[in-house]
Design a protein around this ligand. Structure first.
Ligand code: 6PG
Length: 246
C-alpha cells in the first residue's frame, strides 16, 4: 500500500508541477500508517520529486514538543525531512503545539491563510493524506468532539475526551476543499473501521471520517490486503473486490 501511495503521489506532484507555477501543497497525516510512505519518499532518487516546489503542512498535531516521540512533526522529520533536500520555508509544522492549544490553532490557521493560495476564502490543499483510527476518527477529528461541527475555521484546537487531552487538527471545510484526499489504511485492526467508513449509514458524530467528502471528487482509499479482506461488501455496493471485476 505504501509503495502504491508513493508512486501515486510522485505522479500527482509531477503532473501538478507540469501544469502549475504554484507549489504542490501536501498535508501530512500523523500516526504510524504513513511512516513507511514517508520512508519511501525519503529514499527516492534525488530529483524524482522537486521538493523545492512542494509545501508540507500537517493535518494534525499532538500536544507535545516537536522532538517528542508522539510528535507528528518528529515522525515526518525522522522519516522524510532528514532524507530530502527541501527548503525550510516549504516546511510548515504546527508551532507551539505543546503550549496553549487555542493559540497554537489560531497561529497555524493564520499561517495557512498567509502562505497557501486560497479558494473561496479557504487555504487550498492539493492533497491531504489521512489515516483512519479504529474508532473511525481521522486527523484529530474524534467521535463526539467539538471540531466535527466546525464549519468555518480551517484549523482548530479540539478536546478529545477519550484521550483526556487537546489535539490540533485540520477541519472538514479545508479537507473537503482539497484537490484530493487519500486515506491510508493498513492492517487487520482497521477492518471494522473500514467497514464503517465505506458502508455504515452516514454519521459524522459517531464516524468522523464520514465528514470527508472532497468537492473535487478525488477521494482515494488506499488499503492493504489485511484491512480489506475483512470487509463485507453489501450486494448492492458499487465497490467490487479486485478479482471480481469482469
Ligand atoms: C494522529 C493521526 C491520526 C491517525 C489515526 C490512525 O495524529 O494520530 O493523524 O488521525 O491517522 O489515529 O493512526 P495509525 O496510523 O497509527 O493507525
Amino acid at each position: 500500500m505504501a509503495q502504491h501511495a508513493c508512486e501515486w503521489l510522485v505522479a500527482r506532484i509531477g503532473d501538478h508541477l507540469q501544469q502549475s507555477e504554484q507549489p504542490f501543497v501536501l498535508a501530512l497525516s500523523g500516526g504510524s500508517t504513513p511512516k513507511r510512505l514517508y520512508q519511501l519518499l525519503g529514499d527516492l532518487t534525488p530529483g524524482t520529486v522537486d521538493w523545492s516546489r512542494v509545501c508540507l503542512v500537517w493535518g494534525d498535531e499532538r500536544p507535545v514538543a516537536p522532538d517528542h516521540v508522539d510528535s507528528n512533526f518528529r515522525l515526518v522529520r525522522e522519516n522524510l525531512l532528514d532524507h530530502i533536500e527541501i527548503p525550510a520555508t516549504n516546511v510548515l509544522p504546527v508551532a507551539g503545539a505543546d503550549g496553549d492549544p487555542a493559540q497554537a490553532a489560531s497561529d497555524y490557521a493564520q499561517l495557512l491563510n498567509d502562505r497557501l493560495p486560497k479558494v473561496n476564502g479557504l487555504p487550498q490543499l492539493d492533497c491531504a493524506l489521512l489515516g483512519l483510527g479504529d474508532d473511525v476518527h481521522t486527523a484529530s477529528l474524534f467521535p463526539h468532539s467539538a471540531a466535527i461541527s466546525e464549519e468555518t475555521r480551517c484549523f482548530v484546537e479540539n478536546y478529545v475526551d477519550k484521550l483526556g487531552c487537546w489535539r490540533l487538527s485540520l477541519t472538514a471545510p479545508i479537507l473537503n476543499a482539497a484537490g484530493a484526499v487519500v486515506f491510508l489504511i493498513a492492517g487487520e485492526k482497521k477492518r471494522q473501521a473500514l467497514q464503517a467508513l465505506w458502508f455504515a449509514d452516514r454519521n459524522p458524530q459517531l464516524y468522523p471520517a464520514h465528514l470527508i467528502r472532497p468537492r473535487s471528487g478525488h477521494l482515494w482509499t488506499m488499503v492493504d490486503q489485511s484491512a480489506v479482506d475483512g470487509v463485507e461488501f453489501p450486494n448492492d455496493s458499487q465497490v467490487r473486490r479486485i478479482g471480481e471485476l469482469n
